[in-house]
Design a protein around this ligand. Sequence first.
Ligand SMILES: Cc1ncc(COP(=O)(O)O)c(C=O)c1O
Length: 416
Amino acid sequence: MGRDTRSGGIFSPTRCCEVKYAGRMSHLRSSSIRQMLKMASERDLISFAGGLPDASLFPTETLAELSQKIIRDYGRTALQYAPTEGLPALREKVAFWLRGKGLEIQEDQVLITQGSQQGIDLLSKLFLESGVGLLAENPSYLGALQCFRFFEARLYAAALDEEGMTLEALNRAVKRKPRLAYLMPNFQNPTSVYYSLARRKAVTDILAHRGIFMVEDDPYGELIYEGSCLPPLWQFYEGVDKVYLGTFSKTIVPGLRIAYLVGNEGLVRQLALIKQATDLHTNNLGQWIVNSFLEEGLLPAHIELIRDRYRRKRDIMAQSMARHFPSWIRYRIPQGGMFFWVKAPSMLDPMELLQACLKRGVSFVLGSDFYLESPSDSSYLRLNFTSVEEDRIETGISVIGEEMRNLTQGEIRRGQ
Ligand SMILES: Cc1ncc(COP(=O)(O)O)c(C=O)c1O
């Protein structure tokens, strides 16, 4: 490595500066598939790939009015530094909202975070170090896995069925004595699995009995399209070794980065210390805006609007899949959340399918990215249905269906 006189600066194909990075950097990998999608996204793609909310539902007019009023009338406070734990009025409202879901908590148990991704990061900083075990659903949310790997946790995978984490897998994994368990009971990312009531009770019983700290991540619980959501795991876990993570990213907007973590007071104090060392506090203006949105009582109606739109998109997607996918493709219609989790048979290589679809302007992500252990299961695709425009869903799905048939024609003929 050295100076590259052609460009006039320090240049290395493998390092971008002369000083060695921390060893943990080797655990952060950028997935090649994501890079491929990023390049492709520069075209006008029909993208089932991301996990983005529908931006046409963002309450932009309301947020503009609220922001203007806040800056004009309260700017000297709302634009000042703020307490690390979060805006007191917002903590209070979050506690009130969660009490409505059966979490018997007080405002000093709430820590306002910069997205729930920050909650995951703070918990990792508090609990994880090289070799510490963490139990998670397999597959699981990629952003959390990246964070856990960065802090050098040992990941113990527990498989899912249609009711949640299987008790067989859980019992096997807890024998390895993990310190933490990371769970998404509502419309899990990427599978959209929704834990049954019985499974909620059984899983939390085992975790509490073994003294395993439970991290419940619930960004999708409000996005339920039939019925009302089952009680959070928090309610069934007996003891204080638990946190609940929630976010306004899917119910208001992700760009403000306002989310919350709930735990016992002592834990929240520890996490606040770490947060102080990380970013001092969450974006204050964003907290004021979300607080006003809640104060005006706008959230319930907005959630209803989102549910209606997403339910319709999910139904269009399901009808399109039934019409265009070969009958040997397996999937379940999700009751909530943002994704279809689609299983391809062994004769179809999802990577080849993705390449063929990208050439025709359609993208999705490969399920293999979300697995904890290698070799991962590479027979799944994750299709997001919330961000594609309604009138482009069927076109995109028909392209995927056609390419599924094109790529398997030879195999099917051979099998006949
Ligand atoms: C399961 C899960 N947890 C956390 C997050 C991060 O959400 P936030 O925008 O609140 O950081 C996501 C984002 O998609 C997610 O799917």
